[in-house]
Design a protein around this ligand. Structure first.
Ligand code: NAI
Length: 326
């Protein structure tokens, strides 16, 4: 089976080439999948896509017209796929539901600690022979209240680390997980009581901009907000207003609403036109990473292995449980 791999980087190629053989041949394209680049998939039987590839109805129709019957997502989230259109066209969509929840949970914690203890500033200062501590004052995690929104695989992995710190854990989810019995509260209570709030729910119509002006107003003054899930969970403009009013004391983002035009590329020689993103970068208490929470050796290994397995299951018309059904 020939597979067109979109948005591919060197590390993707290295991962997937381990699984290439007579039954799986990969063609790698650096281009992001969209209505213009979709033609690159001509001659392939399936495509492999990542978080910022566009699988709109238009793109899916073009794929279908080329005879492509399968989309293998090499990520967990599938908010970028028009699932209704895929169903109508008979295109099967599989994903990698859990390649390494710990990778994302650990990056979430890294963001909390960096913002709290200002490691990014300390690193630069010490390299400049500046050993002054002014401006680096942090707080003990121990005893603080941490609110997790979404307690699926990543939320659970984050909760385990948070408990280890001796924090008080509050959780909100539309489907409670028995492992976290006793920690669930209403969203209102979580907003009102948490010193740190971390988002671990998927992006869908119900969660889009869930962190808006109204939600922010319910949070504690000086709250730390972390988003390693999907950018559009947060209304970026409302968050900027809350940073300006000091409502938000710390902001950690691994994802950004308009990240598709920015992340995963070296733009250091270019102008970034996104005024909202550039404004976010001006705040001293904002830490942004470019969608790297998943990026560990273990996760990459799992991603290429499970995606290849999904493709082979499709080729042999078998179900391996990773296909999205709508
Ligand atoms: P999961 O499917 O295991 O868990 C998601 C949880 O969110 C479920 O328990 C679900 O009931 C809950 N949920 C759904 N709607 C909700 C709502 N309205 N309010 C509160 N909770 C709600 O997913 P997993 O593996 O934990 O991943 C979570 C998200 O993390 C993914 O959807 C993806 O967007 C993001 N992600 C980010 C990565 C990164 O590199 N930054 C890597 C992998 C995933």
């Amino acid at each position: 089976m020939k597979v067109a791999v979109f948005s591919s980087k060197k590390y993707d190629r290295e991962g997937f080439e381990q699984w290439a053989d007579n039954s799986l041949q990969f063609s790698y394209f650096e281009q992001r999948l969209n209505a213009q680049s979709v033609k690159l998939a001509a001659g392939c039987h399936a495509i492999c896509a990542f978080v910022n590839d566009e699988l709109s109805a238009d793109v899916l129709q073009q794929l279908s017209a080329m005879g492509i019957e399968m989309v293998a997502l090499r990520c967990a989230g599938f908010n970028n796929v028009d699932m209704a259109a895929a169903k109508e066209l008979g295109i099967r969509v599989a994903r990698v539901p859990a390649y390494s929840p710990e990778a994302v949970a650990e990056h979430t914690i890294a963001m909390m600690l960096t913002l709290n203890r200002k490691l990014h500033k300390a690193y630069n200062r010490v390299r400049d022979d500046n050993f002054a501590l002014d401006g680096l004052l942090g707080f003990n995690m121990h005893g603080k209240t941490v609110g997790l929104i979404g307690t699926g695989r990543i939320g659970i992995a984050t909760a385990a680390i948070i408990k280890g710190f001796g924090c008080k854990l509050l959780c909100y989810d539309i489907q409670q997980n028995a492992e976290l019995d006793g920690h669930y509260v209403s969203l209102e209570q979580l907003y009102a009581q948490s010193d740190i709030i971390s988002l671990h729910c998927p992006l869908n119509p119900a969660t889009q901009h869930m962190i808006n002006a109204e939600a922010l107003a319910k949070m504690r003054d000086g709250v730390m907000l972390i988003n390693t899930s999907r950018g559009a969970l947060i209304d970026s403009k409302a968050v900027i207003n809350s940073l300006k009013s000091r409502k938000i004391g710390y902001l950690g983002l691994d994802v950004y609403e308009q990240e598709a035009d920015i992340f995963f590329e070296n733009l250091s020689e270019q102008m970034i036109d996104d005024e909202v993103f550039k404004r976010l970068l001006t705040f001293p208490n904002v830490l942004i990473t470019g969608h790297q929470a998943f990026f560990t050796k273990e996760a990459l290994q799992q991603i290429s292995s499970i995606t290849s397995d999904n493709l082979l299951a499709f080729a042999s018309n078998q179900a391996n449980g990773n296909e999205l059904v709508n």
